[in-house]
Design a protein. Structure first.
Length: 733
């Protein structure tokens, strides 16, 4: 733009024209402020400030889009877009564009009564001075669900279904003759037969299933499943098909397979498990060790496109609620025919490794096998055996060698101790290569015969769990590499199902850096993948045991992306693997079944499978995994409220586990149940929500509530219907 001749200031019009010229010349480029200043020769402070103001106005008018804090690009999105409608109970609805852009506000009057999760088309509204960007729904392209769960309200002449949460704008009207025997106050599943329209705002439906009395454990669990569109019954035709499967193994089938029946083999699972889908074998091969990772050969029994396969594909995963499992496969298959039960001959698909004492894999191969498990262990039994032989949990050290004076104690102790030592070597190497250390604790309940929770506690992963985990990770990684890493340069890898995990969101990492810096911690937010994960691990180790540990863990976790399934491999950031898949749990996950089929096909010399077909199945599996996790979380919330129901008025020590503009979430230290202290119960000041630093700050007294802070609460309400615990601050706060 040349120098500001004669000291004359640049006009706004000239700056705007120069900026327009820059962006229209390269419509796909993103430019940083630094680049813009340099290119347009804006070298005085007033000129730079004028450019920033003009850029912000251009963003406001939707001519430009702002990328990150100080980068801009031409906005090529049209005024009409498609995406997902997100309904909020407080009326702050939004539209989520398909391209993953930022959510756009949709007021209730412009929503066309769209429901949460519906696919919609919207038009951008003209921008009002000093108002946020708004969109208006012009078409509802498809409804996310056509069924609802709620409580029946039966009056003299009509009936309604009152739904929980924010899914519907109005209650659902049900004609009396469509109640299917449902009574006032009962929970029911309703199919929607008529949507709101210009002529009628009513939603009309008919009862398809009466679940029963509110507060009954079975009814509530079925309601949670129905709410997420998950099945709570198994179709009889599929059960019947499973019972027709021949469980016996013919001599001819055994002759086609590698025989491991004479090799020491065991399963290690949670004590209440019934579906054992993985077993480990170990035997000495000269100076080396042969380790077999044996996985139930589900695809031998479940043929592609059979009635059982179609049902499994639809479910995509087993669902684990607090007090029950909703299996992906019929019980006859998952708990009997396919389950690797002790002292029974079972068909497996196995990855056989030959390793040295340092857990370096010298060779490996994939084989269809027959095994006979010698022993079924619960994690606790193996943990006890390891500790009896000198293993100290959490140190990462294997058991000391046996001597004549001190031989190993326990049945098969030498084999289990060797497996543990090899797993620890694998684990150590994984972290050296940049895997992220996130030991997630899971909330568990002990439950009596009526389904009532009697104890709540965190289950942590110990040596025995980690032993199994490392060999499963190794098997998953190895088979993924065998397909994904194309042998010849320029050769295209065959279609395969990967478990992928993207790098952390850079903006959220930067936000984590800003959160930890006042506490004196450092974090690398740019550089190689390995450098960032090592820096994250160092931060976690440094913060362990500190008051701010919870804050740092929570914010770090939020920076992480979600793992998902895809035929397009980008590697797994959290595990620091270039290739990773799920091969080890075909009884409970459909992607593992797909992986078994693809591996078998390619072992037999088959051509590459149809990528589009498998990508669709991957997307469906990722969606169902998320849905199952949501249902599981709701069942935990329900049990939390039930568990705390008889503790009203009692005081507990806890810590702040979440902060929102409407209140603070508190997790009780002794039982890990979580509830909320609403904003109006934070007395003595007016609090402002500082989202960037995860805290509430008092305007007058500057008192502060921050994520992770210790706090003492009193249990005020336990609302089982809303699955909600309300706390107030204890008087001695």
């Amino acid at each position: 733009m040349g120098k500001n001749k004669g000291g004359k200031r640049l006009s706004k019009k000239a700056v705007a024209e120069a900026l327009q010229g820059l962006f229209t010349a390269s419509p796909n480029e993103t430019y940083s402020l630094k680049y813009i200043f340099k290119t347009l020769k804006l070298n005085t402070h007033p000129a730079k400030m004028l450019a920033i103001d003009t850029l912000d106005e251009m963003c406001w008018d939707d001519y430009l889009s702002k990328v990150g804090d100080n980068q801009y690009r031409l906005n090529q999105k049209g005024q009409v877009q498609e995406g997902t409608f997100i309904r909020k109970a407080n009326g702050k609805n939004s539209f989520l564009p398909d391209d993953g852009g930022k959510p756009i506000f949709v007021s209730e009057r412009n929503s066309m009564f769209a429901l949460n999760g519906d696919r919609v088309r919207v038009a951008m509204m003209a921008r009002r001075q000093n108002h946020i960007k708004e969109a208006m729904v012009t078409d509802i392209l498809s409804h996310k669900t056509d069924q609802a769960v709620g409580k029946l309200k039966v009056e003299k002449d009509f009936a309604f279904l009152i739904t929980e949460g924010n899914i519907f704008v109005h209650d659902i009207l049900i004609p009396k003759k469509k109640l299917k025997g449902g009574k006032d106050g009962e929970k029911a599943v309703v199919k929607i037969t008529q949507w709101p329209s210009k002529d009628s705002k009513n939603i009309v439906g008919e009862v398809i299933d009466v679940l029963g009395k509110e507060g009954d454990n079975n009814v509530e669990m079925h309601a949670i499943l129905a709410q997420y569109g998950l099945p709570y019954k198994y179709p009889k035709a599929v059960e019947d098909a499973a019972h027709k499967i021949e469980p016996g193994i013919t001599a001819e089938e055994i002759s086609r397979r590698e025989d491991f029946r004479e090799v020491f083999t065991c399963t290690i699972d949670p004590k209440d498990a019934k579906d054992f889908d993985d077993a480990l074998s170990i035997r000495k091969e000269g100076a080396l060790w042969e380790i077999g990772v044996h996985i139930a050969d589900v695809t031998h029994y479940v043929k592609e496109n059979s009635i059982i396969d179609k049902e499994a594909q639809k479910r995509a995963t087993s669902v684990y609620l607090v007090d029950r499992t909703i299996p992906m496969l019929p019980e006859h298959l998952c708990n009997f025919i396919c389950s690797l039960r002790p002292d029974e001959e079972k068909l497996c698909y196995s990855v056989i490794f030959v390793m040295d004492d340092d857990a370096n894999v010298k060779s490996w191969h994939l084989a269809h096998t027959v095994i006979r498990s010698d022993r079924r262990y619960a994690y606790e039994e193996v943990q006890q055996l390891l500790e009896d032989n000198g293993v100290v949990d959490g140190t990462g050290q294997p058991a000391p060698p046996a001597t004549k004076k001190n031989p190993y104690k326990g049945e098969y102790a030498a084999e289990l101790i060797k497996l543990d030592a090899l797993a620890k070597k694998l684990r150590e190497r994984r972290f050296q290569n940049g895997a992220v250390k996130f030991d997630r604790e899971e909330l568990h309940f002990d439950i009596d015969q009526d389904g009532k929770p009697t104890r709540a506690y965190f289950k942590t992963s110990k040596d025995a769990n980690k032993l199994i985990e490392e060999f499963m990770l190794l098997a998953n990684r190895t088979v993924a590499e065998s397909i994904g890493a194309a042998k010849k340069p320029g050769a295209k890898a065959k279609t395969f199902v990967y478990r992928i995990h993207d790098q952390p969101d850079p903006q959220k990492l930067e936000s984590l850096r800003q959160v930890v810096s006042p506490f004196g911690y450092k974090l690398k937010t740019s550089g190689t993948k390995g450098a960032i994960s090592k820096s994250l691990n160092a931060l976690m180790d440094e913060a362990a045991g500190s008051r701010e540990q919870k804050l740092i863990e929570t914010v770090a976790l939020r920076a992480m992306m979600k793992a998902k399934y895809s035929t397009h491999n980008i590697g797994h950031y959290g595990l620091a693997f270039d290739y990773y898949t799920h091969f080890t749990s075909p009884i409970r996950r459909y992607p593992d079944t797909m992986v078994h089929r693809l591996l078998t096909k390619y072992q037999e010399g088959g051509r590459s499978a149809n990528r589009e077909h498998y990508e669709e199945l991957c997307e469906h599996s990722s969606d169902m995994e998320q849905t199952a996790a949501n249902a599981e979380r709701d069942s935990i919330k329900y049990k939390m409220v039930e568990f705390m129901g008889d503790k009203l008025g009692q005081c507990f020590d806890g810590h702040i586990s979440g902060i929102q503009s409407y209140g603070i979430y508190v997790e009780i230290d002794e039982n890990h149940c979580e509830g909320m202290v609403p904003m109006h119960d934070l007395r003595g000041d007016y609090y402002e929500f500082d989202e960037a630093h995860y805290c509430l700050i008092g305007r007058r007294h500057h008192s502060k509530y921050q994520l992770g802070d210790p706090i003492r609460i009193k249990v005020a309400r336990a609302n089982i219907e809303k699955r909600q615990l309300d706390f107030t601050l204890a008087d001695d706060e």
